[in-house]
Design a protein around this ligand. Structure first.
Ligand SMILES: [Zn+2]
Length: 250
């Protein structure tokens, strides 16, 4: 774990490296709408699990460089004014749903809840894509909401996991990299060699990763080492809670 990594400064350098390498930055909506994809691109996704102020910071870093990303807000991190301001700058706002976990696996109740929340978000900004939250403390996988129904029923373009192939043999050589666990190493994606943001910058600069799908959680990034130490402590607490639940479930 690199304490100096995952700073907003490092994030800015990552964006600069992608732009210098000639990558187009795409939102999830743009990715799903395009008939043809650029040779080099970064599909940029942010799950706003906590600390919405950090999402605003990240969006500003992107706007300053003339690029936009997709921000998935939970019901608890969504704020209509913030969402509107971000959408005005070209960012895509989506719903980070966890309805199946919240209804304890009741699929019908989860759909009613999903629809209500989608309507609430949609009153402020157009919502065209959604993305499941991990809900680590629940035994229910939120993506199971779509076992018998489809996001298209809600006039959605797609879902960030279901609609995008993130496997090692994904079409077009798309590589999925996530900062979950404070490393970019993402098991099963063929990108295990990339640990730090520096590694990722080098891979993008070398052209080895011309097409990447990046998930950066704004709450995991910070101004500098001191603030980051606090974040890591929080993460470690959350990790041990997940482990404890895992052990109880056995
Ligand atoms: Zn999440």
């Amino acid at each position: 774990m690199n304490v100096l990594d995952y700073t907003f400064e490092a994030y800015g350098q990552l964006l600069d490296a992608a732009l210098d390498a000639g990558c187009t930055v795409l939102t999830v909506r743009e990715f799903l709408q395009r008939k043809e994809l650029p040779d080099r691109f970064v599909l940029l996704r942010h799950d706003v699990d906590r600390r919405p102020a950090n999402a605003v910071r990240m969006a500003a870093l992107e706007s300053r460089r003339g690029v936009a990303a997709t921000y998935y807000f939970r019901t608890g991190t969504f704020d209509s004014e913030t969402a509107r301001a971000m959408a005005e700058r070209g960012h895509e706002i989506g719903y980070h749903y966890e309805d199946l976990a919240r209804t304890d696996g009741d699929v019908e109740a989860a759909h009613r809840r999903f629809e209500r929340n989608l309507e609430r978000f949609g009153r402020s900004v157009p919502i065209e894509t959604v993305c499941a939250h991990g809900s680590p403390l629940s035994p229910h996988r939120n993506t199971d909401l779509w076992e018998e129904r489809s996001p298209a029923e809600y006039d959605l373009l797609g879902e960030a996991y279901r609609s995008i192939d993130v496997g090692p043999d994904a079409p077009g050589g798309l590589r999925y990299l996530s900062d979950t666990g404070r490393t970019w190493r993402t098991p099963g994606s063929g990108s295990e060699a990339i640990a730090t943001t520096g590694d990722l910058v080098a891979a993008i600069e070398s052209g080895a990763y011309p097409r990447v799908y990046l998930l950066a959680h704004p709450c995991r990034w910070a101004d500098g080492p001191l603030e980051l130490a606090g974040r890591i402590a929080w993460d470690l607490g959350a990790e041990s809670a997940k482990l404890a639940v895992g052990r109880i479930r056995g």
